[in-house]
Write a protein that binds this ligand. Structure first.
Ligand SMILES: [Zn+2]
Length: 393
């Protein structure tokens, strides 16, 4: 389906002669300014107003460059941002993707706003993935200003990735189906590498009902929901299997009322990860069997919610090689990595679209207070994305 690299390589041998790349070369500070603006807007998942405000801040820059932008409302979550460059171009589009939500609750920005120290930017979502959004916006702007595209280029930013895309997964798959390729700007790995396959994830919540009793007077009449939950936790953790890449983590537990009462109720939240070789339905059934087993007599467990993201099938070799070739002409080497972290790239790869992930600026410690973005990687990685777009057959 795709031309060989030898055929397409001629287009990426002279990056210095490409106006879009020259323009990007001078945008480091402008990128940092826009990054500061969007990091300083709280936009945790389900913060409808915050996510929408991020979309508007990004759109402002695009509109000023003459790039048409549409917002698609996602009630309860914010909006999807769509933008097109060279919309009348030939054939299927290349899609630059990202998500505008973060894992941080409202108020985080007030506590630790954007700041720069020793070449690194800090702040909530600075790496995952507001810097990637900014990178994609500037690549789009570069082509809008300088031309040079043959295919249409789309930007598509979602709003609920950090909670497993409950509201947008169907929209994402429908939107990218038939696209030429997807480049998803999750943060580049600390090594500088991009991501060529990812585990899928499943979040399962369950509750256990026991029987309350006074812990001193009639202990034997009780059935401890906490004990049942503890036994289930051990059984669930035993699902972890390094040979198959399945991991299981009971990450949140709650239960009981007071110390002198046998606990009538307990609940837990579980994170499971798995590769494309694992049947997620079968994995869920194993979890269900553990949850529903009467692990302590007279207790009952049931799953209350289960949601999942798909594993990202491996990036086609040609697409990684194309990106690598561009990076090499810019003076840096990258390799493809596998990661246990899930992302929307799993959705786009699942509908058969060649997908490369982690094309954003290099970042570290995502989902922690130490999260940072390596500002010096902004321009070269934007140029590498631009070269991959230009060189794509
Ligand atoms: Zn992310």
């Amino acid at each position: 389906m795709h031309e060989t690299l030898e055929n397409s390589g001629a287009q990426v041998q002279q990056p210095a002669a490409t106006p879009a790349l020259d323009w990007l070369a001078d945008q480091g500070l402008a990128m940092q300014d826009l990054l500061q603006k969007v990091v300083n807007i709280d936009s945790g998942s389900r913060d409808e107003a915050g996510v929408t405000a991020v979309a508007h801040a990004l759109a402002e820059r695009l509109l000023a460059a003459g790039v048409p932008v549409q917002f698609e409302p996602v009630p309860g979550y914010g909006v999807l941002l769509h933008a097109q460059v060279n919309a009348a171009g030939e054939g299927a589009p290349i899609v630059l993707m990202g998500h505008m939500d973060t894992v941080y609750p409202a108020g985080t920005v007030a506590r630790r706003p954007f700041r720069v120290e020793d070449g690194r930017a800090y702040g909530p979502g600075v790496a995952d993935m507001k810097s990637g959004l900014v990178l994609n916006v500037f690549v789009a702007e570069a082509f809008a200003r300088c031309g040079g595209l043959s295919a249409p280029l789309h930007l598509f930013f979602s709003c609920d990735e950090e909670i497993g895309s409950p509201a947008t997964r169907e929209l994402i798959m429908a939107r990218v189906r038939g696209a030429r390729a997807v480049l998803n700007a999750e943060p580049g790995r600390v090594s500088g590498n991009v991501v060529t396959s990812r585990k899928g994830s499943m979040v399962v919540e369950f509750e256990v009902q026991g029987v309350a009793a006074h812990a001193g007077i009639n202990h034997a009449a009780g059935a401890s929901a906490i004990e049942a939950l503890a036994r289930k936790t051990l059984a669930l953790h035993a699902l972890t299997d390094t040979a198959t890449g399945v991991t299981c983590n009971v990450g949140v537990v709650q239960g009981g009322i007071v110390p002198n009462m046998v606990a009538p109720h307990a609940k837990a939240e579980v994170d499971l990860r798995f590769t494309a070789d694992t049947d997620p339905d079968a994995l869920l059934e194993r979890v269900r069997a553990i949850v529903e087993e009467e692990s302590v007599p007279r207790t009952q467990g049931r799953i209350t919610t289960a949601r999942r993201t798909l594993p990202m099938k491996p990036t086609p070799d040609y697409l990684l090689a194309l990106y690598q070739q561009g990076a090499r002409t810019l003076g840096f080497e990258v390799a493809g990595e596998f990661t246990g972290g899930a992302a929307d790239s799993g959705l786009t790869a699942s509908v058969g679209v060649p997908t490369l992930c982690a094309t954003g600026p290099v970042g570290g410690h995502p989902h922690t207070e130490r999260e940072y973005c390596e500002l010096a990687t902004f321009v070269p990685r934007a140029q590498a994305v631009a070269l991959a777009v230009l060189g794509h057959p």
